[in-house]
Design a protein around this ligand. Structure first.
Ligand SMILES: Cc1cc2nc3c(=O)[nH]c(=O)nc-3n(C[C@H](O)[C@H](O)[C@H](O)COP(=O)(O)O)c2cc1C
Length: 169
């Protein structure tokens, strides 16, 4: 998929088909996270894949929108020392989202409401905290971003207009 089309058409999805995402697709999504740039190339992240029904049920209890985790094919907790480096994590997250979208896999970020319980349920070492736990899965009906142009996706997006957001000096 063209990168501009991928960016323009990517939406966050909270409803997933009840079918797994193949291992090779999961690998590409995780590798997109690994490949992300980070400040001084520190690569501060650990990616914890949440895939069993039992793990999903337990992690659903520690995020704000439990259904996202309960119904997804898999989720990936991105943990850093003390939950720091949110900028780096954001870059990894979006790379993973766009790589997933290129494979027809939809996704949503998930904020953590109970960090202490999340650390316990994810089996994280002392001092590590999950910054976000994005959920991934196939949509209930396959989506084809190519049905519209990137410009059409952009025009329809629920976003502030560009001229409200851009200043030039
Ligand atoms: C840091 C961050 C945390 C978010 N946390 C949640 C969340 O806990 N639950 C949820 O359903 N969506 C969450 N979202 C998704 C936002 O609601 C979403 O990006 C926004 O509404 C735009 O959605 P759209 O791209 O589908 O228009 C989060 C997004 C970000 C960037």
């Amino acid at each position: 998929m063209d990168t501009w089309l991928a960016v323009a058409s990517k939406r966050d999805w909270r409803s997933y088909a009840d079918r797994p995402v193949p291992e090779d697709v999961q690998q590409r999504i995780l590798d997109a996270g690994r490949l992300s740039g980070s400040s001084v190339n520190k690569q501060p992240w650990l990616f914890v894949v949440v895939e069993s029904d039992d793990a999903k049920e337990r992690i659903a209890e520690v995020v704000y929108a439990g259904e996202n985790i309960r119904t997804c094919a898999f989720a990936v907790a991105i943990a850093t020392d003390g939950g720091k480096y949110p900028f780096d994590v954001g870059r990894a997250l979006q790379n993973m989202f766009l790589t997933a979208w290129n494979e027809g896999v939809v996704s949503c970020p998930n904020g953590v409401k109970d960090a202490e319980a999340a650390v316990r349920e994810l089996g994280l070492d002392e001092g590590r905290l999950p910054v976000n736990i994005p959920s991934f899965g196939y949509p209930k009906r396959p989506q084809d971003p190519e049905t519209r142009s990137a410009e059409e996706w952009s025009a329809e997006a629920n976003r502030k207009p560009l001229d409200e957001l851009v200043r030039r000096v």
